[in-house]
Design a binder for this molecule. Structure first.
Ligand code: SF4
Length: 640
């Protein structure tokens, strides 16, 4: 019955039509701007795609062989091969989690390679503290910082390249000891991360595994390897090359686009690819070239997670970074301003929908990683050894695009969008430092009830859970009103910050106790950890809090919500959350409701395995109430 209600709600939400041919956004200024655009965006296409396939929604469509597609119904409960709804749903789910994990492992692999090559070339290491921290965790030391960085990066790579049947070594060093023990007991410690992806893909192919529980077990293994390597370690390796996050107030939204500069929008997830270019764009030679073309210089405009990551470290890049403009489903609007001269992309979430807009507005597209190649973009795969030459070529090509398009392409800027004082640079390190170097002040606030608990609002933005960022922002408002501190990571951060909830003034939306804390500390009730990768930073916060209190992670008054999850990567992240033993709220079901067994394992049985649990609810108030109740239960369990 509950599943039917969920599906009905989902279909009703998707059928919401505002009669204006665009979907709703929590960001009303952006919604109005998009509605008036002369070109089509994702927001305009929602209505045309509003009739969804019920079989697809429930995950009971299989097209793994030429007998299919088979679709499970009460009258046809098995596919031609005999696969049940449980098997088909589990196979589809594992396939998605393996694919999502593969994406994150690609990111950490490239990041580790860039750290290693930089170290070999004795390049700049901006985050020496982070390097030392990693070296201590791994138990390694080199004769100087470069050798240490090389050893650290190699340790990560060695684990990634292990076969699936050999356990990765760093899991035990990185994970919280009680969690590691639990994973050992459950026999879900992952083998080599790339091997696990390969194994998962094999397992869910035609007429192979037909044990849904076995396949779900693989999802947990993939969750652990994704979380520890793709998320946590990517952040820490990024810190080594790009510098540690520092707290500061920064502008966000479409206002950050300054038409006096040559503007480059960056999209993706692999920040280390931009190390050389970031420096070179502010060099005397590059600025002189820009000036000769009629601009004041170059600016990077943040979009999607790589923009969030640059914003996080913005204190180190104030000269070249203008600010974060928006999330995945804001990217088309950012381009439509006409103020962007080039898009540099290296991973998702680079929407195919930007292609015609770039074409129309003569925006140069360059892809730096072929996995994210856009049809009308130039492919220039990043090669570390050729980085200087590549940066020069990119700069010259972008100047040429600037000269060709400026003056002939109309500007449609929105300087009133966003705000100037979003708190950024929040990380496990900067937050702890802000609190005086340890977590005691935060723990005291939780114990006293001034902060009832913590909700990690993470993951993407989608256009279906009520519209662009609608569920995320509404639910976040409900949570802070209940005195629950919200920490964000992912494109959800981009939506929430543009709606103003990360400014110190947003304290007024919080419940009386949290509001008093925020006003005293001059912080917002929603703290922005940046990109989706920073879910790994939230895991560090959870681990250190649990360690300081002397409990396991599932006992903490801490919940996760990927209210508007979008991609397969989010499902792999979600499996990490489950392996950590955290309650995980999703606004939309992950295409599993066609299987009673899979739904039951994820929403009920998981509690007795890892302590985690999936909660599916698409209503902001109801979702916040459910999460609040869980936090109350966890508090009661800790006698606070
Ligand atoms: Fe149908 Fe089985 Fe083939 Fe899937 S694998 S399409 S369920 S016959």
């Amino acid at each position: 019955k509950n599943i039917k209600i969920l599906l009905f709600r989902r279909i009703s939400k998707m059928n919401q039509c505002f009669g204006c041919n665009t979907c709703a956004s929590a960001d009303k200024k952006l919604e109005g701007y998009i509605r008036e655009l002369p070109m089509e965006t994702s927001h305009h296409r929602v209505e045309g795609q509003s009739t969804k396939c019920g079989f697809g929604l429930q995950g009971v469509c299989c097209r793994l062989c030429a007998n299919g597609p088979c679709r499970i119904t009460p009258k046809a409960p098995r596919g031609i091969c005999g696969a049940t709804a449980d098997v088909i749903v589990a196979r589809n789910f594992l396939r998605a989690v393996a694919s999502g994990s593969g994406c994150y492992i690609h990111i950490v692999e490239n990041t580790a390679l860039n750290v290693k090559k930089t170290a070999m070339a004795k390049g700049e290491i901006k985050g020496e503290k982070s390097l030392q921290r990693l070296a201590e965790i791994f138990g390694v030391e080199g004769k100087d910082k470069w050798e240490t960085a090389q050893i650290v990066a190699q340790k990560v790579l060695d684990d990634l390249y292990k076969p699936e049947y050999e356990k990765m070594e760093l899991v035990e060093k990185m994970a919280y000891a009680p969690r590691f023990k639990k994973w050992q007991e459950l026999d879900i410690l992952p083998g080599g991360a790339k091997g696990e992806v390969f194994h998962g893909v094999v397992k869910c192919s035609t007429n192979l595994n037909s044990d849904p529980v076995d396949m779900l077990t693989d999802c947990l293994k993939l969750g652990i390897s994704t979380g520890i390597y793709g998320l946590t370690l990517t952040n820490l390796l990024n810190d080594v090359l790009l510098g540690e996050p520092e707290l500061r107030l920064a502008p966000v939204g479409l206002r950050v686009i300054d038409p006096d500069y040559i503007n480059i929008m960056i999209t993706g997830h692999q920040h280390t690819i931009f190390v050389d270019l970031q420096e070179r764009l502010t060099s005397k030679e590059a600025v002189e070239k820009a000036k000769a073309a009629g601009a004041k210089g170059f600016k990077l405009v943040g979009c999607t997670c790589v923009g969030q990551d640059l914003q996080l470290r913005g204190a180190h890049y104030t000269e070249v970074f203008d600010g974060h403009a928006g999330n995945n489903y804001s990217s088309e609007a950012v381009l439509a301003t006409g103020g962007i001269d080039a898009v540099l992309s290296e991973f998702n979430c680079t929407l195919p929908g930007i292609e015609p807009i770039c074409e129309e507005l003569k925006i140069k597209q360059i892809c730096l990683d072929d996995v994210a190649k856009k049809a009308n973009a130039e492919l220039k795969p990043y090669v570390f050894e050729e980085r200087e030459k590549q940066s020069e070529e990119i700069i010259d090509e972008i100047i040429a695009a600037y000269k060709e398009r400026r003056g002939s392409v109309p500007l449609n800027l929105m300087p009133e969008h966003g705000n100037d004082n979003t708190l950024t640079g929040v990380s496990e390190g900067s937050l702890k430092e802000f609190l005086g170097g340890n977590w005691k002040p935060l723990i005291d606030l939780i114990v006293s009830g001034d902060i009832k608990g913590i909700a990690g609002v993470v993951g993407c933005s989608n256009l279906t859970a009520g519209g662009h960022d609608v569920l995320t922002v509404e639910m976040t408002k409900e949570l802070i009103a209940k005195d629950i501190l919200v920490l964000t990571a992912g494109c959800s951060s981009g939506g929430i910050e543009n709606c103003g909830l990360m400014t110190p003034e947003a304290a007024k939306y919080a419940g009386p106790k949290l509001r008093a804390v925020c006003e005293k500390l001059n912080i917002p009730p929603v703290l922005n950890f940046g990109p989706c990768l920073a879910i790994g930073r939230l895991e560090i916060v959870a681990t250190e809090l649990a360690e300081a209190i002397g409990v396991d992670i599932p006992q903490l008054p801490l919940v996760l919500s990927a209210a508007q999850w979008l991609e397969e990567q989010a499902l792999a992240d979600g499996c990490f959350g489950l392996a950590l033993g955290l309650p995980l709220h999703l606004g939309l079901p992950p295409f599993v409701t066609g299987s009673k067994l899979v739904t039951k394992v994820l929403t009920e049985d998981m509690k007795s395995l890892t302590g985690g649990q999936v909660i599916i609810n698409g209503d902001a108030k109801e979702s916040a109430d459910i999460l609040d109740k869980i936090i109350e239960e966890k508090r009661a369990g800790l006698n606070i």
